[in-house]
Structure formats: C-alpha cells, structure tokens
Design a protein around this ligand. Structure first.
Ligand code: CA
Length: 230
C-alpha cells in the first residue's frame, strides 16, 4: 500500500520540492497551503501522515496539530512538524502538542524521507513494505501475494488492502467508518455497506485455507481480525 502524505506548507517552492521528493520516493501526495485547507483535505480523505509546517499564515501548524489530536477521527494521524526554529523549547512544544517527530529547515530530502519512513514503520505498519505472517497466513507487500502454508490466496486489490490493514491491527475492533478511513482513505464518499461487501469477498477467499473465521463480525461495533475462536 502506498502511503498518502498530506503536505501543509504555505511557501510554494518548498512545497513543490517536498512533493517532488516524496513522489520520487514512491509516496502519493496531497497538498494544502494553509491549515484551513488542510482541514478540508483531511475531511475528504484521511492521510497516512502529515508533514506540517510550523509557520502558516492564519492558523499555525501547532494549532492545527492540537486540533487534530483533539478529534477522535484524526487524533492518531502521524504528524511530522517542519520548523525553522531550532530552539530546544520550541521542539519540546511541537512534540507536546502531539507531533511524532520534527525536521528542522533547511533539511536534506534524504533526511526528510528517512524520518517519514521511520515514523510510518513505527505507526502505520501497513504502509511499510514488510512481510506480515500470522499462523501460516503470509502477506508479502513486495509482490502483493498472499499465501496460507504455501497455498496461494487470490484477492482483489481492495480485499488485499483490507487484509493488510487487519493483519497489522489484530485483536482490535474497527467500525465500518474507521475501516473506510484507514483502508479506503475516505469515509465521506464511500458507503458503509461497501465495507461489508469486501469483507464478504475476503472471507470467501480465505475459505480455501479454512481461515475465514479470522475475519470476525462484532455485532453493533464492526470487524476484527483474530485467530482465536470466540
Ligand atoms: Ca511557512
């Protein structure tokens, strides 16, 4: 799964430089030139990570970070602050309002990408390229193959992303809205029952391996990946 990164930066030249480098590194990007525009973008689709400039024209990056952390839907989005400030107190303040890391301007593109990779690996495991294996069920993001004890499981792209997310977030219940946000990146324009359709297809595909019960329905709450029977 390609991580989708929201770049919030009011200076066009810096924004374009960042976007160019992110795309070269294989990331998908969305841009905003203000905190207000960023909120619109986030409303439309939840990004996997936000690169957030500290100094923005109206609402500051720090205020935006604080706002996102207070909101149930957005509080877990990883945030990397971009700051021209180097004083220790400002770094601490950035981390206090909920940034997961910060990069000081001017930065090298290579450093920026390394920091993004590290935060994603830590916080959004499904966006990293690592193989996931649970009790014989193996998902390899390198070649998009899913196997169960060497038996090939054929999945459509959405079922694949859904399984990838669920295998990297086991034993936790996710509502349809949360799955839309995290797997589809969109809770506004996609209907809840779309999730049910793809869950059904995923279970059907897992039947060949006898693992369809690992995708569990939690009545009134959503879905959970678990290898233990209820
Ligand atoms: Ca700025």
């Amino acid at each position: 799964m390609t991580a989708n990164i929201l770049v919030v930066e009011d200076e066009a030249a810096i924004r374009e430089l960042i976007v160019y480098n992110l795309q070269q590194a294989g990331y998908a990007t969305v841009c905003a030139d203000s905190a207000e525009q960023a909120l619109h973008r986030i409303h439309d689709a939840l990004p996997d990570l936000i690169l957030l400039d500290w100094m923005l024209p109206v609402m500051s990056g720090v205020d935006l970070a604080r706002t996102l952390r207070r909101n149930e839907r957005t509080r877990l989005i990883p945030i990397i602050m971009l700051t021209a400030r180097t004083e220790e107190g400002d770094k601490v303040r950035g981390l206090e309002v909920g940034a997961d890391d910060y990069v000081t301007k001017p930065f090298s593109p290579r450093e920026l990408i390394a920091r993004i990779n590290a935060v994603l690996r830590r916080l959004i495991p499904e966006a990293s390229g690592e193989v996931v294996e649970i009790d014989g069920l193996k998902l390899d993001p390198g070649n998009h193959r899913v196997t169960s004890d060497d038996l090939e499981i054929s999945l459509g792209p959405t079922e694949y992303r859904l399984l990838h997310f669920m295998m990297t977030h086991t034993e936790r219940v996710y509502s349809r809205g949360q799955l839309l946000d995290r797997v589809w990146g969109d809770h506004v324009f996609v209907e809840d029952r779309t999730v049910d359709v793809h869950i059904r297809r995923l279970r059907k595909a897992l039947q060949i391996a006898g693992k369809e019960n690992w995708i569990q329905t939690v009545r009134g709450a959503g879905y959970r990946f678990s290898t233990s029977e209820e």
